[in-house]
Design a protein around this ligand. Sequence first.
Ligand SMILES: Nc1ncnc2c1ncn2[C@@H]1O[C@H](COP(=O)(O)OP(=O)(O)OP(=O)(O)O)[C@@H](O)[C@H]1O
Length: 275
Amino acid sequence: MISLRHVTTTFAATRGRGPVTAVYDVSLEVGRGRIQGIIGFSGAGKSTLLRNINLLERPSSGEVQVGDTVLTGLGDEGLRRARHQIGMIFQGFNLVNNLTAAQNVELALKFAGVRDRAVRRRRAAEALEIVDLSGKASAYPAQLSGGQKQRVAIARALAPEPEVLLCDEPTSALDPFTTASVLQYLADVNREFGITVVIVTHEMEVIKALADDVAVMEDGRVVERFGAQDLLSGSFDPATSIGRYLVSDGISVDRRPATDVESTAQSEALLEVVR
Ligand SMILES: Nc1ncnc2c1ncn2[C@@H]1O[C@H](COP(=O)(O)OP(=O)(O)OP(=O)(O)O)[C@@H](O)[C@H]1O
């Protein structure tokens, strides 16, 4: 369903920073109806790779194909139409604050070229029903919880009936209980509508709960791939990137009084500012 062939994405140099190659020579196939997880530490290039799939970020080189369409071969108009088959949800929900839940979904349908207002209304209501939010159709984003906002975002992504759903850290802003509920909705739409899902996360729990296939990214490259079965068996070499993930669950915070802290690069940098 999705085919990335030798995709490389380099961001041009900005003031104070040289060019950054966020994605380097990545080739990845995602089968129709699969749930592909992409995991990696911060800065590994996960979001950039995800945005390469709908060309929100155009690769510097390589080819991106979704279904039968080679997106990297399209001009602006062709790309605009092709994007209707690709929905996307984000960590920050990205809802329009002065529109109700239903109006947010209707707006996506308007962008997708649905001209008839009555049809937009009906399809928005259906999409909100899928995520059990019919009762919140008239609510504004500020009146919704984080989980409800993400469910509206899922409805908005689903309303144009895409074949692919891209999810960029969809649960990072949510508590564990709400995370489980949002992941369940993603699993349901995958199962019921056969939508191919690509989910970027740094949370191994999310990958374990949802993904069929997993790609691990480090420094812009896909360094390991696994099936869900391999993940659940849990026998990993701690030296591998996936192993490092699994053993790095604990968070360690230094809470000694500042005077006890030895001279670290950070405190030296601080002193530099004070001087
Ligand atoms: N628009 C941009 N312009 C310049 N550099 C960028 C841009 N977007 C991302 N980068 C850089 O590309 C690298 C990969 O970033 P990316 O956001 O893809 O990583 P990530 O794995 O998704 O990280 P995180 O989990 O923190 O979101 C980083 O070094 C980042 O600073």
